[in-house]
Structures are given as C-alpha cells and as structure tokens.
Design a protein around this ligand. Structure first.
Ligand code: NAG
Ligand code: NAG
Length: 621
C-alpha cells in the first residue's frame, strides 16, 4: 500500500498539461483513487474497533449526534433519529418478552412493504442480534413458503395488510412451529398473534449490548432474495461485513448529511435497502420513504419534501419522461441521481426536461464481489478500469459461448481473456477483500456461481453472469445478461420459476419461457411457448387464475404460444433464441397466440389488431 501511495504522489508532481494530452482522464482517475483510499481507510479503522462496530452502531452514533434530525418522512408521519431508535427499542423489548423462543443468532422473516415499521423492525432485530430475511411482499403461496423456508427462519413478522397471504400458508408454517406475528391490533386466525398491542405496552429502553455479543462480521445480517438464472428465488446472505461495506455507497457519490433522499424502490431489494437506506445511515441524511414508485407523484413529492437525491433504475427514468409535460418540471431541488441501467437517450431526455441533475451510474449486484461507478461521467459507460480498484478487486472479462452458455476454454482447460473492444463475461476473483458468501441453504447454487481454473489452475472466481466490454480507453460497458433471466419493470424474472408454475396446470405438457422485446419498452416481457397434453385443450381462464395466484404481476407471461412440440438443442436445452426472435406477431407466427387480458381475467386470442395497438403503444403492458 505504501508503494502505491508513493507512486501516486510522485505522479501528482508531473506537469498537468503533459498529463492532459497523453492521459486525458488523469485527474478524474486520481480523484477516484484518493476517494477509494479514503473509504478503505475508514473501513479498516472501523474493522479494528472493539467492541465490534456494525451498521447498527453507525445508526446509534447518528442518533446520539443529532437525535432531533428527521430520519424518516412517510406520508404524514415524521420520525427523528431518536424516535426511530425508541420505536425499534419497543419492538426489541416486546419480542424479548413475548417471543421467548427467539435467541440471538436466529433468523426472522419480515413480510412487509415499504413503511417505517419495516425499518424499525429491522433495527429491532439487529439490536436483538438476529438476522432478518426480507420477503418480497408480492409473492404468495408456493413461492412465499419457499422463500420463508430457505433462510431457516423461526419467526415471521407480517404487515397488517398481508394477513390474508399469510393465512394461505399458515397450516404449513404451524406444522414447522413458526411463530407468526402480524402488525395489527387484532387478528382473528388462530396461530397468528397481533403485535400492535404488545408493542404499546413495551418499554422504549435500549437493549443491553450483551444481546448481540455473539454477532461477528461473518454472521448473516440480512437475506436478500435474488432471482438468479435458475429456479425459485435464492436468498443471498448479506453478512455483517458486507453490510458495513454498503455504508460507503452513497458517501462515495457525494451525498452529505444535509441531503434528503427519496426512497421509493422496494426495501426488500438491494437498491432500496443496501444503497438507499444503509447509505443514508452512513451520511446521517433524511429519508423520504414511499410505499412504491409513482411517476405522477414523483416530482410533487420531491417539491413537498425538498428532496435533493433520487435513486433510479433504468425504467424509472423512462416512466418519468413519459408523464405529461408541466411548467414546473424544472422546479425542484434534486441535484443528484444515483442508480443503474439508464439508456443514454433516456438520460439526455431526462436532463433536457428536468434540469441539471448530476448522474452517478453504478454497477453492482446483491451477491457479487465487484462493482463499478461511472465516475468520469462518460455517456454509456458503467465505469472505468482503475489501477487501485483492479488491484483490490481482480476482475477479468473472459470469452463466452452464448449458444452453449459456458465460458470458452483453451487446450489446457483455462479460460481466455477477451481482447479489448470485445464482449466477455465479467468474473471477479474471490478473495478476503472480495468475498462471495453465497446463498442460504443452497450450496448447489452457490457452487454454480463459482468459476474455477480461470487464469490459473485452482483459482476461483465469482461468475457475475453479465456480459461486458472494455474499450481501448479503459471504459467499461454493460452488454447483456447471460442465460435465463430477463428484466421486466425493473424486476428480474427467472424463466425456470415461471416454467415450473406453468407445468403445474393440468393440461400443460411442457413450457418454455423467455422474454420478448416490445417496441418502446425497456427490458423484455414474459412469453411462454407451451404444448398441451393429448386430448386436452388450452383453457385461457384457468391458466390466468393459476398464473395470477402463483406469480407476481411482472413475472406472469403476457403472451402464450401453443406449439405442437417444444424444440430442444442437442444438449437437451430448450431452444429459446429462435422463439425470442420470432416474438409475438400473429402475422409471422403460425402457432395460435394468446395474450393475458387483465380485464377479462383470461388469456384471449391475440389478433392482428391487438398486436398493432401494442406496437403503437396504445395497449398498456
Ligand atoms: C422546504 O424548503 C422550504 C424553503 O427552504 C421551507 O420553507 C420548507 O419548510 C421545506 N420543507 C420541508 C418539508 O422541509
Ligand atoms: C455517466 O454519467 C454521465 C454524466 O454524469 C451521464 O451523462 C451518462 O449517461 C452516465 N452513464 C450511463 C451509462 O448512463
């Protein structure tokens, strides 16, 4: 490290003019370099503290430093840092008194949408030394049980409005002896306990430190579910160390204590929780929490709460640009937008319309061990190769065979680095600084994300599943995701989960699920090619009700194509590429095509007329 620093400062002495001509990004690279050093130093000093210093301690530090500063603004409610601390104490004390089976080190599943209680409960459980699994509040029945079971939780805490969804899986939960609490005053189902009254009576005094004395940096802090390339969602383990590193994200993009951060992405996902919420705790900022994203409310909220920082995922920008123009479009205090996945055209349109907002595009994944920041502001690039960054996180792009869905290997069995300017698979070496913790109770999936013998025999890399390109000027560009996941409305859809759901319908023989592009829309919408069992026929209404009760809206296949046989490759993988290319145009596809019609609660025949209204944007998807 000393060598690095001295090289760095020696190079600072070189004449700036010379640098500007031979190395035009020198200053931006240098600033980034210094910032990385600063963050690294802060992290190292924290890791050395005794007793151990966790994210919860950072929150407590902030509540002592400025107890009266607003932390959460939500609808008409307003909670300061002190209020938040006390509310979470109440929950922690109530759990201690009434849920005697709950011990430090246990996992609790939280089934709740974006609301202040989500944050209070997470903090309360951190104070009790427990890990928290964030269940997506859109999932139901089979998926809900699957997600609950894969984190090994003993307790489920659900929002009042999700009682019905919990009831559906209650028999199975009771069989396993799970304690179920609902954040409501009353609850009529046996086996579920109303939590609100228990809370009222609980004291708001802090829990003793001994409650979490067993927690180490390797202890799971939260579980975040990701729809990877295969199967049902997997619970990525975010341990205490990982959570501590997440503190740096907003701090490194220039967010300050005075900022007001607009948080409308789901808290059960990485962007909302790790970046938005954890990031705000580090900077001690104010969070404006919203139940969910609304394009029409977005700027009114920004004006009402004096929001200065917004978060986005690619689609959000487009939704905002699609709203009707208003005179006060530029009348707001937003100065910074942080997120990922925006297309260059949309970004330009966004700036023209909403004024001069700085964008910080970054690349990261929930479980991955490398990330990039668009620190130079180069349009289209997600980041830049930086010496220090690459030393700390040794990553490489390798040649990939998309047809066979595997990396290309040379005669000695090693992977081949992609030349500059060519697309390759991003893999990043698994080290102590860049660990890969993996998925809960799923060693098979964890193993699948590891790639061995990459550059040397015996080395192990994390397989990001993302195809990227590095150009001759060292800029990194995101190209595509490999394999079986596609994105729709900002959510990853795992085709295998949809396939599994469809094949449970009694008349479905086989199903092949993929995403198709629709002009004017970001991402891909779900489509399924199915075969029907002999002597049976396709029933649109039955398919709709099965799909609607088992899959969240974004994962439901919008189009269904009835085939006589599902085509497979020589390795018995389903042929998708051809289907994807053929799309859903009834003029090109001779097989019968159906479209999910929400109003009719059924799949209806897709006519040429409906097809044209989709393509022209009149039919809302
Ligand atoms: C927003 O800023 C204005 C002007 O600085 C101030 O009057 C108003 O009270 C602020 N609103 C909130 C919610 O902080
Ligand atoms: C990088 O940032 C610049 C401005 O800061 C922005 O114009 C550009 O679109 C960003 N890159 C990407 C991939 O969006």
């Amino acid at each position: 490290m000393y060598l690095l620093v001295s090289i760095f400062f020696t190079s600072l002495a070189l004449t700036p003019l010379l640098l500007k001509t031979i190395y035009p990004y020198f200053w931006k690279d240098a600033v980034y370099f210094v910032d990385l050093l600063r963050i690294l130093l802060k992290y190292i000093l924290r890791r050395r503290r005794t007793p151990l210093f966790m994210v919860l301690d950072r929150f407590l530090e902030q509540s002592v430093a400025h107890p009266d500063r607003a932390f959460i603004l939500f609808e008409n409610e307003n909670y300061s840092y002190r209020d938040t601390d006390r509310r979470s104490n109440k929950i922690a004390n109530a759990l201690q008194k009434h849920c005697s089976g709950l011990r430090a080190g246990d996992t609790v599943a939280l089934f709740m949408g974006n609301e202040p209680a989500f944050i209070f409960t997470w903090l309360a459980l951190a104070k009790r030394g427990c890990a928290v699994a964030f269940l997506n509040h859109n999932i139901r029945s089979r998926s809900l049980l699957h997600c609950f079971n894969c984190c090994g939780a003993k307790v489920l805490i659900a929002a009042a409005e999700l009682q019905e969804a919990v009831k559906e899986v209650l028999p199975s939960l009771r069989e396993q002896g799970v304690c179920v609490y609902v954040m409501a005053k009353q609850c009529d189902s046996p086996g579920m306990m109303a939590f609100s009254d228990l809370l009222e009576d609980a004291p708001d005094t802090p829990r003793p430190l001994s409650d979490r004395s067993g927690v180490t940096f390797r202890s799971p802090a939260v579980y975040i579910y990701t729809s990877g390339t295969t199967g049902l969602p997997k619970a990525a383990v975010v341990n205490q160390n990982r959570l501590l590193t997440a503190l740096a994200v907003l701090d490194s993009t220039g967010v300050t204590p005075g900022d007001v951060i607009y948080l409308n992405l789901p808290l059960y996902h990485t962007a909302g929780f790790l970046v938005g919420l954890i990031g705000s705790i580090e900077t001690g900022s104010t969070v404006v929490l919203r139940r969910k994203f609304s394009a029409s409310q977005f700027w009114d909220d920004c004006r009402k709460y004096n929001v200065t920082v917004i978060q986005y995922i690619g689609e959000i920008m487009r939704y905002l640009c699609n709203t009707p123009k208003r005179d006060d479009d530029k009348d707001h205090q937003v100065r910074l937008a942080i997120g990922n996945g925006v297309r260059a055209e949309i970004w330009k349109e966004f700036l023209d319309r909403f004024g001069n907002i700085q964008v910080r595009e970054f690349y990261a994944s929930t479980e991955g061990n490398v990330g990039f920041v668009n620190y130079t502001g180069k349009i289209g690039a997600i980041g830049r190769v930086n010496f220090l960054h690459r030393t700390l996180f040794p990553y490489v792009l390798i040649k990939y065979n998309t047809e066979r869905d595997e990396p290309i290997r040379d005669t000695s069995g090693l992977c081949v680095e992609s030349p500059r300017g060519e697309t390759g698979l991003l893999v990043s070496k698994i080290t102590d600084i860049a660990p890969f913790v993996g998925y809960a109770k799923n060693s098979q999936q964890t193993e699948k994300k590891k790639l061995r013998d990459v550059l040397r025999k015996g080395d192990v890399y994390f397989n990001s599943g993302d195809l990227m390109k590095i150009d001759h000027d060292n800029f990194i560009y995101f190209q595509d995701r490999v394999g079986d996941t596609f994105r729709w409305k900002g959510e990853n859809v795992a085709t295998t989960e949809v396939t599994d759901t469809l094949t449970l319908i009694d008349f479905v023989q086989e199903a092949n699920v993929y995403g198709v592009q629709v002009p004017g829309n970001e991402g891909r919408i779900g489509m399924a090619a199915i075969t029907v069992k002999e002597g049976q026929h396709f029933d649109g209404t039955k398919t709709f009700s099965h799909v609607a009760s088992n899959l969240p809206a974004y994962a439901r296949p919008r189009f269904i194509r009835i085939q006589n046989a599902v085509e497979v490759t020589s390795t018995f993988k389903q042929m998708k590429m051809k289907l994807v290319e053929e799309g859903f145009d009834p003029a090109c596809v001779t097989d019968p095509l159906y479209i999910l019609q929400d109003r009719e609660q059924s799949y209806m025949l897709l006519t040429g007329q409906v097809y044209s209204s989709i393509v022209s944007g009149n039919f809302k998807l």
